[in-house]
Design a protein around this ligand. Sequence first.
Ligand SMILES: [Zn+2]
Length: 355
Amino acid sequence: MAKSTSDALWKDVPLSSRKEFFLEIAESYTGINIRLPLQVWKGKKEGPTLFVSAAVHGDEINGTGTIRELIANPEFELECGTLVMIPVVNIQGFERHTRYMPDRRDLNRYFPGVKTGSVTSRLADVIYREVICHCDYGIDLHTASVRRTNFPHVRADMEDEKCKMMAEAFGTEVVLNSSGPEGSLRYEATKAGCSTIVLEAGEVWKVETAYVETATRGIVNVLKAVGMVAGEFVPTEHQIVCETTKWLRAQSGGFLQFHVSPGETLVKGQKISTNTGLLGKEIGSILAPCHSIIIGMSTMPAVSPGDAVVHVALSTKKDMKDLEDFIDNIDDESIEGRTRDDFATNIHVIEENGD
Ligand SMILES: [Zn+2]
């Protein structure tokens, strides 16, 4: 059942039309209003409402680029319902090229917000009241944090039927089953009845082609799955759901040689990286503790002991073998093939015993 939009910001937008809105969220130091732009599309008929948001972390602008592309070149018609697009949620962080809000808080821990609270809490409150509370579904677009890259994966609460349906439709090869931290946009939105999933992929401060393609296909797939766009959705041919992830950390400091790239499957004991001195003398290495797939990596090859190097999602040996078979047969020209190549370009991979 679609949520009532009788008191929503976009209640007067006519069917088959688009309208821009500017939410007034605060005043800058100069006293000028800070306005948060969003665009709303109404379909040909009434139906569910879905939001797509980006840059809750102000430097994660891959999603912002995706929404700009969607607005400029939509390759679909909205049959029914309402599509709400927010290119930048943390507009103050975006202006400063930073993840955080001006009061140094992480906006993604302050939902649903408080009207009279901190700077961050007030922004969360406006987004929550004006957008989330009027939506049935949400897709929140993220990237890895600074000096890291993520291999595309969806994070979703697979116990929530609507989240599960969206995660499966979105179509990344890996889905992480988790409800997300309390105070995060997706956790609080889902709790409020607006089931929301997160895409994690790519890096900060960039609009990457592979990200835009993956995110666009996923968003259109979800719009088809919820009936807002006509046609069957086309997810990936193989998807695994992982319950656990683990960061593998450097045990010694030094200069890293990577032997793996994002999206690669690992077997237990496989060498992930070799740690050397600046003249090449080996100091140590990191081994895969179990069968897993790389969903995130450091792009910084200089490490201190304890630095996170590789983020892996764990699954069974059988799941990983099936995934590996799928990966081995990926067509280089397919979106999975190109995405895998593109996200690997920022990592210089050296064969384990090569030089
Ligand atoms: Zn983020």
